[in-house]
Ligand binder design. Sequence first.
Ligand code: GLA
Length: 384
Amino acid sequence: MNTVEKVEAKFRELFNESPLLFRSPGRVNLIGEHTDYNMGFVLPAAIDKAIYFAITPRSDDICNLHSIDFNESNQHPVAKIQHQEKHWANYLLGVVDQIQKLGYTIKGFNCVFGGDIPIGAGLSSSAAIEAGLAFALNHIFNLGIAKLEIVKLAQRAENEFVGVKCGIMDQYVNIFGSEKKVLRIDCRSLDYEYHPFEREDLRIVLCNTMVSHSLASSEYNARRAQCEEGVKILQQYYPHVNSLRDVEWDIIKLHELEFPPKVWNRCKYVIEENERLLKACEDLDRNDFVSFGYRMYQSHEGLRDLYEVSCKELDFLVDLASKQKGVLGSRMMGGGFGGCTINIIEHNKVNEFISEVSGKYQMEFDKKPDTYICTIENGTGLLH
Ligand code: GLA
């Protein structure tokens, strides 16, 4: 049985009825890291790894949740949603909470979910749960919530209910992702455009450091605070500046000496990364993956040296990748301090790459990195 069949079978076993099935993908981000909460640009894509939901509405007030991966059930009255300390159900309950906060009335529902997005690898399994459930509830209760509102409510569920201050990228690409395209999101205007990412001869390969990003949330919030500190310094002179997106390089340079050195580095990285991303989109439009790959390496250097969110395992993998045949670009992906690197590789060099990198990584760190070859797929949708 594949994952979706397992989810459906469990649902029938528990509730003895036929469900609607939804697929909600994980994501990669090609370039543009730590730019979303600075109102900049990001360039993610939805992938073939996903969470699947089997779901039906109920006529009473009970939401019945079952996680295949935890092999655990959980029951709640919709009208009395309560946060549970460190519990998987929070990712779903936060969504039910936010939908009601928007003024929609929903009844209870039965829901079984599970998937093949590796947890803790930085592929946004949590956003897939939140945005996927919001999409499914919108569908089964016919709420008429627009796609962008689904994105925002799913992000608020993570920010307010789960308690992680993430940006909007993961939930956005989960809903708006499209097969064979990357999504350039402008996190200030919340507009998007697609750029082609279709080359039969290239593959996206992820290498998982297997380092769980335990530092990630405290350091993530610290980076956010440092960027805000930079904005405050600039606001004294330029009141219109609300985020690092509103600052030109020529202007910020005039004030370098007023910045604490670390704050300066963080801001410099963010401004450079936004510029890099815009050029990277031009590369894609010209089908120039050599130049695109070069910018990925530059992005990694910025994340390592200026933003300081990499770690020795990620640096090792990127350095190793840069020496392999057929690798066009490589960098750490996501929040940092662990998780995966993303690599663009010629398809006929992929096997060699995986065996070289796995062997050398294992020798250095005494653990085997998982590797995933990803394809770019559509965002969340109903399965027929
Ligand atoms: C995490 C967050 C995103 C984004 C990235 C860094 O994945 O959930 O919103 O900030 O880190 O680019």
